[in-house]
Ligand binder design. Structure first.
Ligand code: CAA
Length: 266
């Protein structure tokens, strides 16, 4: 198994590569994912990130049940926190992260996708939080991010029953933004990533930071931060360039940001 990062046209594609085990994640590979997100976060030439799974069956079929089966409560605490660290790294990565969900997204796989900014999936995708059937609750953020994404009632249904849902239901409840044929999923993800990459990286980063505040701040403090973020952009090259290009009827040439890191790591 490996975590592969491929760079093309300012877009990093991170692939979880263990299709024989349906890309189930153990602690070593969670560390690998963390490292991959740290590296892409710090690479100023990367303007958008796509996260996907290798093969045509699974995005990620969850945490590695074999590894979990012998864990003590202390080990489970470390494992859960490692999953949380990966979720936070995705959220704190300055570039937008698109989950291209190419099959099963179960348990930790669904939770990993929930940490991404945008989710699109293939027609064969299947989602579930089946943990309660294994005698555990979700442990990589599902109890927190699923209710924020689909609402408390639907999240409670999915978590308490553990039932599997298909792509059409995932679309209907707002778990994914769009559903595509398997063979065009990555192309759709790339088109979206390239569209993002054509915009001002500084403005996209500020927008991602401000959208994150909508999840945990009171609206009035979120708006106060938005006012600061809006003002901050006016001290930057890209605002001058974007507005000049509008009047000169040409495409703007935006700057890569000089120094990037995981938000909050400074
Ligand atoms: N952990 C470890 N191994 C896994 C796995 C997982 N989560 N999911 C699949 N595998 C392995 C299988 O054991 C199997 O290995 P072998 O060939 O060595 O037997 C291989 O991947 C292929 O899987 P199947 O033969 O089961 O394939 P299938 O097509 O018959 O079924 C499936 C596919 C429905 C996804 C089934 O594999 C399955 O139910 N997997 C487990 C899903 C799950 O419960 N995930 C949640 C885990 S708990 C969690 O994630 C906790 C958390 O919140 C962090």
């Amino acid at each position: 198994m490996s975590i592969d990062t491929n760079m093309s046209q300012q877009i990093a594609t991170i692939t979880i590569n263990n299709p024989d085990r349906l890309n189930a994640l153990d602690a070593n590979h969670l560390e690998g994912l963390l490292e991959a997100f740290r590296a892409t976060a710090g690479d100023a030439s990367v303007r958008a990130i796509i996260l996907t799974g290798a093969g045509e069956t699974a995005f990620v079929a969850g945490a590695d049940i074999k590894e979990m089966s012998t864990m003590s409560p202390e080990e489970a605490m470390r494992f859960g926190r490692l999953g949380h660290a990966v979720g936070s790294a995705i959220e704190r990565t300055p570039q937008p992260v698109i989950a291209a969900i190419n099959g099963f997204a179960l348990g930790g796989g669904c939770e990993l996708a929930l940490a991404c900014d945008i989710r699109i999936c293939s027609t064969n995708a299947v989602f579930a939080q089946p943990e309660v059937g294994l005698g555990i609750p979700p442990g990589w953020g599902g109890t927190q991010r699923l209710p924020r994404t689909v609402g408390k009632g639907i999240a409670s249904d999915l978590i308490f029953t553990g039932r599997r849902i298909r792509a059409d239901e995932a679309l209907r409840i707002g778990l994914v933004n769009a559903v595509h044929e398997q063979d065009s999923l990555m192309e759709h993800a790339s088109v979206m990533a390239r569209e993002i990459a054509g915009n001002s990286p500084a403005a996209v980063r500020l927008s991602k930071r401000l959208i994150a505040r909508s999840q945990d701040a009171h609206p009035s403090s979120g708006l106060a931060e938005e006012a600061h973020g809006f003002a901050e952009a006016f001290g930057m090259h890209d605002q001058q360039e974007g507005m000049s290009a509008f009047f000169e009827k040409r495409k703007p040439v935006f700057e890569n940001e000089p120094h990037l890191e995981l938000e909050g790591d400074a």
